[in-house]
Design a binder for this molecule. Structure first.
Ligand code: MG
Length: 379
């Protein structure tokens, strides 16, 4: 089997309602998808996390020509070919995200060609669904946040979620107030996480952690800059709340110090950024070696979400025991037409769980009309 074509689609869609987090406000949704075609007729899809047009260019103008004529099932060899050709310019960031998209598409092809769902190729037993947590409570909108958050909490409970993650990063006082509102609205039995998207310095993050400990917070995500491992450790030492992070980290080389130093209790690689399935497997091996939980960050289209699900389905529960807690994967609740309007069949959400597809590969069938509508740029 040989790769005969690689297309990149930079997708863009305006949002009905802007939403913000600790760093900026979104008015449009963007994503970058890759489609690899082969001489055998099997095609595969992948996705890159981050700026869509530069990632598309990295795929088609830089990496793409290196893959034409190669067998897409040689995932390990191809990953190292691409990484070796870009290590001088991009050990982290956009180029690794572009490699991620190509790697995921190759794994899609490899499992389609084998006639099995990707999670089976990755070594998972037959599995129907994975419990997930809602990511929401973004800032902005016409209502005061207290009222909006109360309403949002009720919606997530109604959708069957037993775990939710809220944004923080508005300052300790305001954050603590809003965490109280959400905890009150959820009741005591629902798992609640907070995510600062690295808005704070260690002292401020610690102050916030101590203020909200009484609300039974399951984890504090990205309390400080992803570049500040000592800051992560300071937060961990100062609070009983678990610390999570890793969505801004790349490759096994980036994750290794984070894991070896136990800077996080939960490592959160994004398969569409960290280096794809091939590199995700190595990061997972490291996390297991250092006894750290791993649960993928997932904020992309149906393709990115499916990649995270297949990958996570093949990870064991951690730590292993009869009473080990359920695995829990991210389920973003913000407006995302690339997840809700671009998939003819594939992954399915119901009552707080993601259901895996039974077909081969990622199992996602893309609606080409919708793809054409959203594709601002393709080459
Ligand atoms: Mg996050």
């Amino acid at each position: 089997m040989k790769i005969t074509g690689i297309r990149a689609y930079a997708l863009e869609a305006p949002l009905a309602q802007n939403f913000g987090f600790s760093q900026w406000e979104y008015s449009r949704r963007r994503a970058m998808l890759v489609e690899i075609s082969t001489d055998s007729g099997v095609t595969g899809w992948g996705e890159a996390y981050g700026p869509s047009k530069p990632a598309a260019s990295a795929v088609t103008d830089f990496f793409g020509p290196m893959l034409i004529g190669r067998d897409p099932r040689d995932t390990e060899a191809l990953w190292h070919l691409l990484f070796a050709r870009s290590i001088d310019y991009g050990q982290k960031g956009l180029l690794v995200a572009a490699i991620s998209a190509l790697d995921i598409a190759c794994w899609d092809i490899k499992s389609r060609a084998a006639g099995v769902p990707l999670y089976r190729l990755l070594g998972a037993a037959e599995t129907a669904s994975i419990p997930c947590y809602a990511t929401g409570f973004y800032f902005g909108g016409p209502d005061p946040l207290e009222r909006k958050f109360e309403r949002e909490a009720a919606i997530y409970l109604d959708r069957g979620f037993r775990a939710v993650k809220m944004k923080v990063g508005l300052g300790v006082e305001r954050d603590a107030e809003l965490v109280g509102v959400v905890r009150q609205a959820l009741g005591p039995g629902v798992r609640l996480m907070i995510d600062a998207n690295h808005a704070y310095d260690p002292a401020t993050a610690i102050a916030l952690a101590r203020r909200v400990e009484r609300h039974d917070i399951f984890w504090f995500e990205e309390p400080v800059s992803p570049l500040d491992i000592d800051g992560y450790l300071a937060v961990k030492r100062a609070t009983t709340i678990r610390v999570a992070g890793g969505e801004c980290e790349y490759t096994r080389f980036g994750f290794e110090p984070l894991l070896r130093r136990r800077a996080v209790d939960y490592a959160q690689p994004d398969l569409c950024a960290c280096g794809g399935i091939s590199e995700g497997l190595k990061i997972a091996a490291l996390a297991s070696t250092y006894n750290v939980h791993l649960t993928p960050h997932a904020w992309g289209s149906a393709i990115g979400q499916a990649a995270a699900l297949h990958f996570y389905a093949a990870r064991p529960r951690h730590p292993g025991s009869l009473t080990a807690e359920d695995k829990m994967i991210e389920c973003d609740q913000t407006e995302n037409p690339f997840r809700t309007e671009m998939m003819l069949s594939g992954i399915r959400f119901d009552r707080g769980e993601w259901f895996l597809p039974i077909g081969p590969g990622l199992g996602v069938e893309i609606d080409r009309d919708a793809l054409g509508r959203f594709a601002e740029y393709q080459k």
